[in-house]
Design a protein around this ligand. Sequence first.
Ligand SMILES: Cc1cc2nc3c(=O)[nH]c(=O)nc-3n(C[C@H](O)[C@H](O)[C@H](O)COP(=O)(O)OP(=O)(O)OC[C@H]3O[C@@H](n4cnc5c(N)ncnc54)[C@H](O)[C@@H]3O)c2cc1C
Length: 273
Amino acid sequence: MRTAISTLELLEPRSLKHALDVLRSQQPVVPLAGCTDVYVLLNAGTSPASRYLNLWNLDALRGIRLRGGVVSIGALTTFADILRSPMVRARLPMLAAAAREVGAVQIQNRGTLGGNVANGSPAGDSLPVLAAADAIVVLRSALGSRRVPFNGFYTGYRRTVMRSDELIAAIEIPQVTGRQWFRKVGTRAAQAISKVVIAAVRTPRPRIAFGSVAPTVVRVPRTEEVLAGGGSIDDAVAVLSSEIAPIDDVRSTADYRRRVACNLLRQFWTETA
Ligand SMILES: Cc1cc2nc3c(=O)[nH]c(=O)nc-3n(C[C@H](O)[C@H](O)[C@H](O)COP(=O)(O)OP(=O)(O)OC[C@H]3O[C@@H](n4cnc5c(N)ncnc54)[C@H](O)[C@@H]3O)c2cc1C
């Protein structure tokens, strides 16, 4: 490990309130949830931070609840918790499908939904699901809480509207009607970051979101519009091709990603007909 652990400070808050007070008064400090993303940076010696705030024991940020048709998932809920939840499997099969594809069992046991969202990788597997579901991000700080539509949460590559004194407390997912569909295309079935990932809901106004085809997770409103207006899947594919902006990188090429995204759109449309 290239970062010397002995030089780092780990703060252990006694409660959520204590954690929020620390974030308000003792910056700079980096929240830690399952640590699966942060550990990669520490191992590479590229984490700029020296002080960390361990959230793991804050049970107030954990759990899956149903309130008036809205599924509320605490930020510290792991992908294993999500997979084990009969409520998620019944109401949000696309989220269960995404959780099943994150890393492998070890990562699913530690990796949290809040960490996936806060980390903001365009390849994060849960992000297209939350985009297609029109989820809400619940942010808490010592000053209060606010709710931000997931589709307005990211402002650029790994940039969000969250302030440094805020935590993600929960993700709220309103009732989703219509058939849900999720596919991840990666190098292999486990321990692979996506080359392209899609989540979509088949309703008269389809909701379609992609990961790994732009600097942030994206909804594709022009493509959705074609399908909602009764256009053909060929027309929708043509629009999608110009609506996404994939890049060449270590995992894939822009060309491949564009073709796969178009194929996935066709597959979604056929399989949910
Ligand atoms: C081997 C391996 C395989 C992986 N495979 C996948 C994969 O297939 N798909 C995928 O999507 N990801 C994958 N990941 C990435 C990672 O596991 C996920 O992004 C995971 O959800 C991160 O959650 P965490 O709790 O571990 O976050 P952490 O590492 O603890 O934190 C990540 C970031 O989020 C911030 N943060 C965490 N919780 C909060 C909060 N409540 N409020 C505010 N900020 C917060 C932290 O400060 C940090 O910046 C993989 C990682 C590894 C090491």
